[in-house]
Design a protein around this ligand. Structure first.
Ligand SMILES: NC(=O)c1ccc[n+]([C@@H]2O[C@H](COP(=O)([O-])OP(=O)(O)OC[C@H]3O[C@@H](n4cnc5c(N)ncnc54)[C@H](OP(=O)(O)O)[C@@H]3O)[C@@H](O)[C@H]2O)c1
Length: 350
């Protein structure tokens, strides 16, 4: 009775893997029973294998767990995956082939036509793409992905506006935290007192994923949204939290108060069906002139809300604003967890 669902974490020792462990410690539905990482960690107990970087302690139940090899043998049927993209491309299909539900953070399969790329507040219906996956037909396994950490904040801010006014053009400039690069990430001598105006493949991901997320599922395929989008991505010396300066042109004209109201009143499926990790308010609008700021606002909604501020007219497009979201919570582990909760609610985790 009330038995929790056993889950495993692939890439459990990394930045996102640690966030999974932290967020799952008191989860009402899921329980961590299996951890895997590279052969550097395999066979060690978790507390020795992981360089724990979070401010809470390693949960007792996990600290003494042995790190398993990253193969499906002996793994549970639900896998949260936090692997580098090249490794994910190699390993995730094998787990899906072996009948596992793979809830992935990696970019490896995000843009594959039959793989859902999902933010539960934005495009929950896209999970139905699972039904056409070859893995699903063969073994019951499948892969579901969440977007890149800067796409999530951007799309949470854009979705309510796209729904009501339609987007014509989007320009986004990101200021991305160092934790977004994994551990050890960017060398301190490169980032301290510095801004690095290049993150490999990030601009392409932000543009393509935003269009897929705001696209429409029709006849078993996602038709991407057609607005123009240009992204510029920077790494900055912030620990957690990606901030983005965004300018937009809308199809229908909108007043500032109508835009703010769209954000403030935005509620979607995860809120309606009370998924445990869903924030009460997915988008928080802050009227202060100098917010959002990562240090002050990154943990709003337990790290699951995007904070928007500084809405004002744009001299080139229609409107401009700033948006902030937590890259390892809303942008990674929390995003996957919310996807898994939606999958369970919709009967995909049997
Ligand atoms: N950090 C973020 O904010 C963020 C946000 C969204 C998405 N993501 C995505 O999430 C994924 C993980 O990112 P991260 O920041 O957590 O990276 P990370 O800190 O570098 O962690 C990588 C993990 O992968 C494991 N690993 C490496 N090689 C492996 C192999 N051959 N077989 C099995 N496991 C292997 C590592 O294990 P060892 O410790 O044993 O080496 C570690 O557990 C990436 O695809 C990243 O793009 C990250």
């Amino acid at each position: 009775m009330n038995k929790k669902i056993p889950i495993g974490i692939l890439g459990a020792t990394g930045v996102v893997g640690q966030r999974f462990i932290q967020m799952l410690e008191h989860h009402p539905w899921f329980e961590v029973v299996w951890l895997a990482a590279s052969d550097r960690s395999e066979g060690k107990v978790y507390e020795e294998a992981a360089r724990w970087r979070l401010k809470t302690s390693i949960p007792q139940a996990v600290a003494k767990m042995k790190v398993s090899p990253a193969t499906p043998e002996g793994a549970p049927k639900i896998i949260f995956a936090a692997l580098d993209s090249a490794i994910a491309a190699e390993l995730e299909p094998g787990f899906a082939d072996a009948g596992c539900a793979v809830v992935s953070n990696s970019s490896a399969l995000r843009m594959k036509e039959d793989v859902p790329l999902v933010i539960p507040e934005v495009n929950p219906g896209h999970i139905r793409l699972i039904d056409i996956q070859g893995w699903r037909k063969k073994s019951g396994g499948y892969v579901v992905t969440n977007p890149n950490c800067s796409a999530i904040g951007l799309v949470l801010a854009l979705a309510p506006l796209h729904q009501r006014f339609g987007l014509e053009t989007v320009m986004a400039v990101t200021m991305q935290a160092v934790s977004g690069a994994g551990y050890p990430g960017v060398a301190s001598l490169d980032i301290l007192g510095n801004v690095i105006p290049f993150i490999p493949k990030e601009e392409e991901k932000l543009e393509a994923e935003t269009r897929k997320l705001l696209g429409v599922l029709e006849n078993g395929a996602v038709r991407d949204a057609t607005f123009k989008i240009s992204a510029q991505c920077n790494r900055v010396a912030v620990e957690d939290g990606h901030t983005e300066s965004v300018s937009i042109k809308l199809k229908k004209s909108a007043k500032a108060e109508e835009i703010v109201e769209q954000w403030r009143s935005f509620r979607a499926r995860p809120q309606e069906i009370s998924l445990p990790t869903a924030p009460e308010q997915p988008v928080i609008y802050d009227y202060s002139v100098d917010r959002p700021q990562p240090r002050l606002d990154v943990n709003r909604g337990r790290g699951m809300s995007a904070t928007v501020g500084r809405l004002r007219p744009c001299g080139v497009l229609d409107w401009k604003f700033s948006v902030l979201s937590h890259n390892t919570i809303r942008g990674a582990a929390g995003a996957a967890l919310l996807n898994a909760e939606l999958l369970k609610h919709d009967g995909y985790l049997c």
